[in-house]
Design a protein around this ligand. Structure first.
Ligand SMILES: [Zn+2]
Ligand SMILES: [Zn+2]
Length: 390
């Protein structure tokens, strides 16, 4: 089959690789009909996530048709059209029983390595480094899906691939980011980053009752989408002092909650950004946390900072004094996707949202490398790339 392989920093190639096989009685094999490139794939592309190996198959946002099931699989069958959540979860451990699917205790065969870095291991993820299991991803013609009874969700025929594909990650991720804000009627929510997750965080904040959403970015086309499709007010952080502007817009008090939908490759202005960029370049700091620090600084006293952007390791210059003295709550996590797929599919079916509006590029799988480049470099007003294997 053809698959998108990580071949080194800034180098992905679509190569012929062996077809996946059922390895465990609870596996299924999915023939991929649509797959997307995620902002977090760019951290892999840019070489910022440790433990990638040449030839690793990328991709954790994918859907398709089940073509084979292991003998232990009960909930899905050959021929079912399914979306597949990006965390691999067993459904039986303590975390899964508490619906904390992204920290499943059974799905990362390289848990020892993650424990060394983070204390405990989270779940294994599709196509996201050996630290997180070394599982082959779904930017390919076929993919093996472990624990097929837990993750894959059958989707109705009347909805197109493009309408349901983002249930695999970014729609639940934006939604969980907003849910973590514990929004009350009348609330103002500020969202850093108008990429795909930021766009869904904006939509979700309104779905959950926010009165006002203010989005922060520097690319016109992304801010335009946040405004026109999301209904957000926007701030360009290269043109205004964001903290001052947010104070001004909220009567001096600050937004009730702040969402970081940027993560470890944040851009910014001023000395703190220069510090992060220099330290990350020489690997003294894993993550550049400019957006996160600004979100913490801007949030009102007693408010919530919700972190959806991906971080890998250690962050310097955390304003812990402000967090503690001003009584902020920080909520975060890889998304517990399986917890959200059904309710969010319901919202799509009811017409409350059609997530396909963020797609700007549809490419054949063969052009994955081009897709990564235009998405990373924000060329052609690229918001979201969907790859189609056939
Ligand atoms: Zn993703
Ligand atoms: Zn589990």
């Amino acid at each position: 089959m053809k698959a998108t392989c990580w071949m080194g920093t800034g180098n992905v190639q679509v190569l012929e690789v062996p077809d996946p096989k059922i390895l465990n009685t609870h596996d299924c094999i999915v023939r991929v009909t649509a797959t997307a490139i995620c902002g977090s794939d760019l951290h892999l592309f840019d070489g910022l996530v440790p433990s990638m190996m040449k030839g690793d198959i990328l991709g954790h946002e994918f859907m398709g048709e089940i073509v084979e099931v292991g003998p232990g699989v009960k909930n899905v069958k050959v021929g079912d059209r399914v979306i597949v959540p990006f965390p691999i979860s067993c459904g039986k451990c303590w975390s899964c029983e508490h619906e904390l699917y992204s920290v499943c205790e059974n799905s990362n065969p390289n848990a020892w390595a993650a424990e060394k870095m983070w204390g405990y291991s989270p779940a294994g993820l599709f196509g996201y480094s050996h630290l997180l299991g070394g599982f082959a991803g779904g930017q390919a013609e076929y993919v093996r899906v472990p624990f097929a009874d837990v993750g894959p969700l059958k989707v109705p025929d009347e909805l197109s691939d493009e309408q349901v594909l983002f249930l695999t990650d970014i729609f639940p991720t934006g939604y969980m980011a907003a849910e973590n804000c514990n929004i009350h009627p009348g609330d103002t929510v500020a969202v850093w980053g108008c990429g795909p997750v930021g766009q869904f965080a904006i939509k979700s904040a309104y779905l959950l009752g926010a009165e006002r959403v203010i989005a922060i970015d520097r690319y016109d086309y992304r801010m335009r989408m946040a405004q026109e499709k999301g209904g957000a007010e926007v701030l360009d952080y290269e043109k205004v002092d964001v903290i001052d502007a947010l104070k001004e817009m909220t009567g001096g008090r600050g937004p009730d909650s702040c969402i970081d939908a940027v993560g470890m490759e944040a851009h910014g202005t001023g000395i703190a950004f220069a510090y992060d960029a220099a330290k990350q370049a020489v690997r003294l700091e894993m993550d550049r946390a400019v957006a996160l620090r600004t979100a913490i600084q801007a949030c009102r006293n007693g408010g919530t900072v919700s972190v959806a952007g991906v971080y890998g390791g250690f962050v310097d210059k955390m304003p812990m004094g402000g967090i503690m003295n001003r009584g902020l709550t920080i909520k975060t996590g890889q998304t517990h996707v399986q917890h959200y797929t059904r309710p969010l599919l319901d919202r799509i079916q009811k017409g409350e949202i059609d997530p396909s509006y963020i797609i700007t590029h549809r490419l054949p799988l063969d052009q994955a490398s081009h897709g990564y480049e235009i998405f990373r470099d924000k060329l052609e007003d690229c918001m979201k790339v969907v790859l189609k294997p056939q």
